[in-house]
Design a protein around this ligand. Structure first.
Ligand code: AMP
Ligand code: ZN
Length: 109
């Protein structure tokens, strides 16, 4: 399958990972929308949140976030998961955006 985030996760595309464990990887967004903007992905391919089929998969992704933010010394941050094109999803391998370093508006645009 031709999936850019699978290639990052299995290191076919060399990427500076800011966090990695058995199940999850995190790396800086190519087009950051905040002073800190990284993505957390499962190493296993799921096209979107709609395909997540277990608490374990969900937990692996989300439980990595406080570890990474603690390591970076970040206390306040925005997390976003876009699901489907209308929601703004452009890469169809689930990823959680984690953004920090500025004030965020609500509701999101
Ligand atoms: P979304 O629009 O929610 O699907 O988010 C996809 C995100 O992936 C965008 O913020 C892109 O800037 C980012 N992105 C796409 N390709 C790469 C890449 N090779 N490395 C890092 N971030 C990427
Ligand atoms: Zn993938």
């Amino acid at each position: 399958m031709d999936c850019i985030f699978c290639k990052i996760a299995n290191k076919e595309i060399p990427t500076n990972l800011i966090y990695e464990d058995e199940n999850v990887a995190a790396f800086n967004d190519l087009n950051p929308q905040a002073p800190v903007h990284f993505l957390v992905i499962p190493k296993k391919h799921y096209a979107s949140l709609s395909e997540i089929d277990s608490k374990e998969a969900f937990g692996n992704i989300f439980s990595a976030i406080p570890k990474i933010t603690a390591k970076l010394g970040i206390k306040e941050y925005r997390t976003v998961v876009n699901t489907g094109a209308d929601a703004g999803q452009t890469v169809f391998h689930i990823h959680v955006h984690v953004m920090a370093g500025r004030k965020f508006n609500w509701p999101a645009g």
